[in-house]
Design a protein around this ligand. Structure first.
Ligand code: FEO
Length: 393
């Protein structure tokens, strides 16, 4: 438990050992479940709780503060890593009310069975006085669920943003102490859960323009005491700008697709195009997601398996489709033994991507001179496309 401003405390938990979120998202650096306690001279509010596995840490921190009561528990988001301890906190503080919006109330009822009479519903922009500190609630839908909201504490110029601006990064530092490290974790986090809602991210960034804030306190990772760092990063990631880069997720069984990828990567580099290559049987999907944030083009490499794409390549396509990156162009390269519909199936898995499909290169057996020339030609066409949109020379 630490004080981040007078009478504003960080009371959440560090989870150094977590390695997978939602049984899907790698957590190479663990995470934190941030919860904040704001003590006014009349009332006290707890902002979010923690993952149920860390309830004891939150409760210990609250007991250390010697609180005999909590008046409000603000629920910014119903996902269980922030709401999971709520039932226990409500038992511990039986007079506490849950302050949230109507959508979050419905979810907390569905997920945790919180009783109707415990809720106080607030509208977008509504305030709640704690005496000498006033909480202002700001709806921030779709960062990253429909019910997500934030709280501004104007007296201390703090924005409690919940998942928005968060990072899966376990650290003993309460504040950002190494911007390069936090940038990496925050970009990974943006890519994994915010990127599908890029339009809404931009709308929410615009909504925060008028706030005077010195600090952003998210629900994962360190507190930003230089908020421009993370706001500018989000503006860049969520902008329409793409980079002169090609992301190549690929898998190969007997080496033909790997040889194609190797040649193609060389051809792109010779043309001044940056490349990020990911071998899909060992990939960290967070790294792949991060690469998709900025790249202008994705080229999936796959052999043909049982007349379709290799399942690892299909998974990459499914993931890219779900993450909805701002990628502008896509293609497929790969090999086959006797035929199939690998290309059609992979392209069919990308309906959410607003991409121009550049003609794929499909090779029978091992690649030969004419196939390498076709890959050179694909690199030329990608360069031409990148020039058309003004990101290559
Ligand atoms: Fe950190 Fe969407 O929960």
């Amino acid at each position: 438990m630490r004080e981040i401003r007078p009478n504003v405390y960080a009371v959440g938990a560090i989870d150094w050992d977590a390695r997978l979120f939602d049984r899907l998202i790698p957590l190479p650096d663990g995470t934190t479940y941030n919860s904040y306690l704001v003590k006014g001279n009349k009332k006290t509010a707890l902002l979010d709780t923690v993952d149920p596995e860390k309830t004891n840490v939150l409760v210990d921190n609250l007991l250390k503060l010697g609180l005999d009561k909590i008046d409000y528990v603000v629920a910014h988001h119903a996902e269980q890593d922030h709401s999971g301890s709520l039932p226990e906190i409500l038992l511990l503080y039986p007079d506490a009310k849950v302050v949230t919006n109507p959508k979050c109330k419905a979810m907390l009822t569905d997920l945790l069975g919180v009783e109707d009479e415990r809720f106080v519903i607030v509208e977008d922009g509504q305030t709640l006085s704690l005496g000498d500190k006033i909480l202002k609630f700001i709806y921030t839908p779709w960062v990253h669920w429909p019910e997500t909201m934030a709280t501004c504490l104007a007296e201390d110029k703090i924005l409690f943003s919940c998942d928005f601006f968060g990072a899966h990064l376990a650290s003993s530092s309460l504040f950002v102490d190494d911007e390069a490290v936090v940038y990496e974790s925050a970009k990974r986090y943006y890519a994994e859960i915010m990127m599908p809602f890029r339009r809404q991210v931009n709308a929410n960034l615009a909504k925060l323009d008028d706030l005077e804030i010195d600090m952003i306190a998210p629900s994962h990772g360190p507190v930003h005491d230089r908020p421009a760092f993370i706001i500018d990063a989000y503006k860049d990631w969520a902008s329409d700008t793409v980079k002169n880069e090609v992301v190549i997720p690929y898998v190969s069984m007997h080496g033909s697709t790997a040889r194609m990828v190797s040649h193609f990567v060389g051809a792109l580099i010779e043309r001044g195009i940056a490349v990020r290559q990911f071998e899909l049987s060992t990939v960290d999907i967070g790294k792949l997601a991060m690469a998709l944030v900025d790249a202008a083009t994705v080229v999936i490499g796959s052999p043909t398996v049982l007349t379709g794409p290799h399942p690892a390549a299909a998974y990459a396509a499914l993931l890219a489709n779900a993450l909805r990156p701002k990628t502008r162009f896509a293609s497929v390269i790969g090999s086959y033994g006797w035929g199939g519909k690998m290309v059609e199936q992979l392209v069919g898995m990308l309906p959410n991507l607003k991409v121009d499909i550049i003609e794929p290169v499909l090779v029978k057996g091992v690649p030969k001179d004419a196939d390498f020339a076709a890959l050179d030609n694909l690199a030329d066409r990608i360069l031409a496309k990148h020039k058309e949109i003004g990101i290559a020379e």
